[in-house]
Design a protein around this ligand. Structure first.
Ligand code: BGC
Length: 750
C-alpha cells in the first residue's frame, strides 16, 4: 500500500470523521494480513500442495446457475452437477444468483452445500461473488440504499461508510464474502446506462466516496467484512457513443488525471479486487491491455489483489472485439496481460483451454502461480479457511439498517428548484400524487434490485413504502398513476382527480435498467410524460416534479413550468419515506448534484470544462448553460458565506494553504450545507479547467448558528498530469479560489 498517499490524504482532510475512516483504510490491510494466512510459509504450503489443475480451477469463476435446478422454489442444487464440476474442474469461484434474490435460508443452504462438496473433493474453499451494489440487493429482506449516484449526492462519507458496513454484514448473512462494488468509473457521459451506478462526474468526490465505501465494506471491526471490487478498470464510463461496452477514447494524461485516481484511491484504501472493464480503450480491449493491467495497475499503482474480468469478456476478445481469432488466443492474450480470474461464467472450455496452454508451456507456470497466490491469499484474508457457521448471523434488514438507509436517502435527495417556497408542503393542502413512479417501488429500487434489471414483480412483494405512501402519512392525498413511462393510461380520470387538489406531486422517471438494456438514443424525458405534465400544468395548480431516474433526462418545458423540482435519484427501500419527509419539511434537504444536469441534448458538458467551451455564438462566455450546475442543491434554510480568508497569498509548491470561511444559517430551522472549495489555475501550459473541486465539508448548523470552516489545501494537489508524464506537477502562477460565491487569489511560486 502507498502509505505516503494515504498519509497525505489524511493531512489534507482534517475533518475528524474522514481522518477516522482513512485510518481504518490504513489498518484494514494490516489486520487482514494478521488474521489471514499471515505467514507466507502457510500460503506456500497450500500452493505447493496444489496441482496445475487445482490452480487453473482457482482462476475460473462460474455462474451458480450452472448447478441450480431451474425454476425450483425454494432453490435446489443439482448435487451431481456441483460434485462433478468441483471434482473435474476444481472451481475457485462461483457468482451471481438464479435470476432473483434468495432468502437468507436459501443462501445458507446453497453455501453449505457448496462447502460440503468442496470438502468432499478436497478443493480450496470457494470464493462467492455477487453484485451488491447498493446493499445486499440479492438477499430478500435486506435494506437497499440509494444507488451510488444518490449516495454521492449526500456528499456524506460517514453515511456511505456505514452503508457499506451494513452491505458487508447483510452479504455475510448470506454467506457471501465478495461484492462487485464500488463502481469507481466517473459519470461524465449521461447517456451511459450505468450512469446511476457511479459517484458522479468529479474525481475528488468519487475518490472520497470510494475510500468510504471500500473502508466500510472491508472494515474488520465488524467481524464480518467482505472484499470490495473496484470496477470497471478503466475509463469504462466514457463510451464515445454513450452505449454500454463500446469504444472509449481517452488520452493517457487524461486517464491519469481523471479516471485512474479513483482506482488509486481504492487501492490505497486496501481494496482486495479490481474488475476489468468490457470496453476497448483507444482500440485495445481492456482484457488484452498488458500496459494498463500490469505496468500501470501492478507496477505503478501497487495493486496486489485479485484482478477479475467482467462477464464472459475473455471470449469477447474474439467474438466481439475481433483482436484474436479464437478462444485459445483470447485466453492467451488475457492471462498474459495480467488477468487472475476469468468470470467465465457459463462454459467449461475456459478451464480446459487454459490448462492446455499451461501444459504446452505457452503460459508459464509462474503466471499461474502468481494468479493463484493472489486468489488464495484473498480467501485466507476473508477467513474462508476457517470453519464457518452460516447460521450465526441470519438477520438482515433490522431497524438500525433501515434507519441508515433512510438517513442516506434523506441526505441524497436534491431540491433543484423551489419557486416561491412551494416546498415544504402544507400538511393542510390536498395533494394529488401521480406519474409512473408515484406508487411503484421498482423505480425507487432501480436495477440491481431483487433482480438484475429490477422491473420484475418480486421487488413489489416486499413491504416497501412508495413515494405516495411517504406522502400519505403527512396529509390529505389521493393517487393515480395516469400514465406509464411510455403510454397514456386513464389520463382523463387522473386530470379530474388532479383538478380537485391544491398541489400536484408528479413523480416522473425512467424504467429501471442497466448495462446493454439501458442503452438509449435520446436523453429527452419520454413523450407521454412530457405531454402529461403539460396537461396537468393547464390546470394551473402548482406542480412539484419528483424525478426518479437512471440518469439526467432532459426536462424541456418541465424545468421552466414546474413550481418545484426534486431529484430523488433511485433512493432505495426507505426512499418513499425520505421523499415524503423532504416534501413536507420533516427533513431539510441537503443533497447536492454530483453531476452537471444538462439542458440540451447537444449541450452535455461537465463543470470542469475548458474556457473555450464557454464561448457562445455571440462570442460571449455563455456557452456553458446547463439546466443545473454540479454542486447545486437547495435547502429550506438560507446559508450565508462571509469572511473568506487565505492563510497566505503567496505559497510554494510544497506548502499547504489554509482557507477559512464563515458560514451562517439564516433560516428558521437546522440544516446542512456542503461547503465546496473550487480552485482555478488561471494560466497553464495545458488548457486549464475553469475550476476544479479541491475540497468539501458537510456542515450542520442550527437556526442562526455561525461557524468558521477551515480547509487545508495541499498545493501539490493543484497540479495536473502533463502529456507524457505519469504523475501530477504544479506550475507556478496565479490561482483563484472560490467558496459559496466568495473568491480570493493566491500565487504559487516557482
Ligand atoms: C457487469 C458487472 C457485474 C457483472 C457480474 C456484468 O455484466 O458489467 O458490473 O459485476 O456483470 O454480474
Amino acid at each position: 500500500m502507498d502509505i505516503f498517499c494515504v498519509k497525505k490524504m489524511i493531512e489534507r482532510n482534517r475533518d475528524k470523521f474522514l481522518t477516522m475512516i482513512l485510518s481504518i483504510a490504513l489498518v484494514v490491510p494490516l489486520i487482514a494480513q494478521e488474521t489471514g494466512l499471515n505467514s507466507q510459509n502457510k500460503l506456500d504450503a497450500i500452493l505447493n500442495a496444489m496441482s496445475i489443475e487445482d490452480k487453473v480451477g482457482q482462476m475460473t469463476q462460474l455462474n451458480i446457475k450452472l448447478v441450480l435446478e431451474p425454476e425450483k422454489n425454494p432453490i435446489q442444487v443439482d448435487s451431481q452437477a456441483l460434485d462433478l464440476i468441483l471434482k473435474n474442474q476444481r472451481i475457485g469461484s462461483f457468482m451471481n444468483t438464479i435470476g432473483r434474490a434468495l432468502t437468507t435460508e436459501e443462501w445458507n443452504y446453497l453455501q453449505k452445500t457448496i462447502r460440503y462438496f468442496t470438502e468432499k473433493n478436497d478443493v480450496v474453499p470457494v470464493l462467492y461473488g455477487i453484485d451488491a451494489v447498493h446493499g445486499a440487493n440479492y438477499t430478500m429482506g435486506s435494506v437497499i440504499f440509494p444507488h451510488q449516484l444518490g449516495q454521492a449526492a449526500s456528499w456524506n462519507e460517514k453515511l456511505v461508510f456505514q452503508a457499506s458496513e451494513i452491505t458487508a454484514f447483510e452479504c455475510r448473512a448470506s454467506g457471501i464474502p465478495w461484492v462487485f462494488a464500488p463502481i469507481v468509473d466517473l459519470g461524465r457521459q449521461p447517456l451511459w446506462g450505468q450512469f446511476f451506478e457511479t459517484y458522479g462526474e468529479d474525481v475528488l468526490l468519487a475518490e472520497r466516496m470510494t475510500v468510504a465505501s471500500v473502508s466500510g465494506l472491508q472494515n474488520k471491526e465488524q467481524g464480518l467484512n467482505v472484499a470490495g471490487c473496484a470496477k470497471h478498470y478503466v475509463g469504462y464510463g466514457l463510451p464515445k457513443n454513450g452505449k454500454d461496452r463500446t469504444t472509449v477514447h481517452i488520452s493517457d494524461h487524461i486517464l491519469r488525471e481523471l479516471h485512474i485516481p479513483p482506482f488509486k484511491a481504492a487501492i490505497d484504501a486496501g481494496v482486495m479486487s479490481v474488475m476489468i472493464g468490457s470496453h476497448d480503450l483507444n482500440g485495445i480491449p481492456m482484457n488484452a491491455n498488458r500496459y494498463l493491467l500490469t505496468n500501470v495497475l501492478r507496477d505503478e499503482l501497487r495493486f496486489s489483489g485479485v484482478l477479475v474480468t467482467d462477464w464472459a469478456d475473455i471470449k469477447k476478445l474474439h467474438t466481439t472485439h475481433r483482436v484474436t481469432t479464437d478462444y485459445r488466443e483470447s485466453i492467451l492474450a488475457a492471462i498474459s496481460a495480467g488477468v487472475d480470474m476469468a468470470m467465465v461464467p457459463e462454459d467449461f472450455v475456459f478451464y480446459e483451454t487454459l490448462l492446455d496452454l499451461v501444459r504446452s508451456g505457452e503460459i508459464s507456470e509462474d503466471r499461474i502461480n502468481q494468479a493463484t497466490r493472489r486468489i488464495v491469499d484473498m480467501k485466507a484474508k476473508l477467513g474462508l479457511f476457517n470453519e464457518q457457521d452460516y447460521s450465526l448471523n441470519k438477520s438482515v434488514g433490522q431497524e438500525s439498517h433501515q434507519k441508515l438507509a433512510y438517513d442516506l436517502a434523506s441526505e441524497s435527495i436534491t431540491v433543484l428548484k423551489n419557486r416561491n417556497n412551494t416546498l415544504p408542503l402544507d400538511t393542510n393542502s390536498k395533494v394529488f400524487v401521480t406519474g409512473p413512479a408515484a406508487n411503484d417501488v421498482r423505480f425507487q429500487i432501480g436495477a440491481w434490485g431483487r433482480t438484475w434489471q429490477g422491473m420484475d414483480s418480486i421487488v413489489t412483494s416486499e413491504s416497501i413504502m412508495s413515494i405516495y405512501n411517504g406522502i400519505q402519512v403527512h396529509g390529505e392525498s389521493t393517487t393515480m398513476s395516469g400514465i406509464t413511462v411510455d403510454t397514456q393510461l386513464d389520463v382523463e380520470s387522473a386530470l379530474l382527480m388532479a383538478s380537485k387538489s391544491e398541489v400536484i406531486v408528479l413523480c416522473l422517471g425512467e424504467k429501471p435498467a442497466t448495462e446493454k438494456p439501458a442503452d438509449i438514443t435520446s436523453l429527452a424525458i419520454s413523450g407521454p410524460q412530457l405531454e402529461y405534465f403539460n396537461r396537468l400544468h393547464k390546470l394551473e395548480i402548482p406542480i412539484v416534479v419528483v424525478l426518479v431516474q437512471n440518469r439526467p433526462r432532459l426536462l424541456g418545458d418541465i424545468a421552466k413550468k414546474a413550481s418545484a423540482v426534486v431529484l430523488a435519484y433511485q433512493p432505495g427501500s426507505m426512499g418513499g419515506k425520505a421523499v415524503g419527509d423532504v416534501l413536507y419539511g420533516e427533513v431539510n434537504p441537503a443533497g447536492k448534484l454530483p453531476f452537471t444536469y444538462p439542458r440540451y441534448e447537444h449541450g452535455i458538458s461537465t463543470y470542469d470544462h475548458a474556457y473555450a467551451d464557454e464561448v457562445d455564438p455571440m462570442y460571449g462566455a455563455n456557452g456553458f448553460n446547463p439546466q443545473w450546475e454540479f454542486g447545486h442543491g437547495l435547502s429550506y434554510s438560507e446559508f450565508v458565506y462571509s469572511n473568506l480568508t487565505l492563510g497566505r497569498d503567496s505559497v510554494s509548491k510544497d506548502d499547504t494553504l489554509t482557507v477559512v470561511v464563515e458560514l451562517e444559517n439564516k433560516g428558521l430551522r437546522t440544516g446542512k450545507e456542503v461547503v465546496q472549495v473550487y480552485i482555478s489555475d488561471e494560466v497553464a501550459s495545458l488548457v486549464p479547467s475553469v475550476k476544479r473541486l479541491r475540497d468539501f465539508q458537510k456542515i450542520e448548523l442550527e437556526e442562526a448558528q455561525r461557524k468558521s470552516v477551515t480547509f487545508h489545501i495541499d498545493i501539490h494537489d493543484l497540479g495536473f498530469v502533463h502529456p507524457g508524464e505519469t504523475s501530477k506537477s504544479v506550475e507556478s502562477g496565479w490561482f483563484k479560489l472560490s467558496v459559496g460565491g466568495l473568491s480570493a487569489r493566491f500565487f504559487v511560486r516557482q
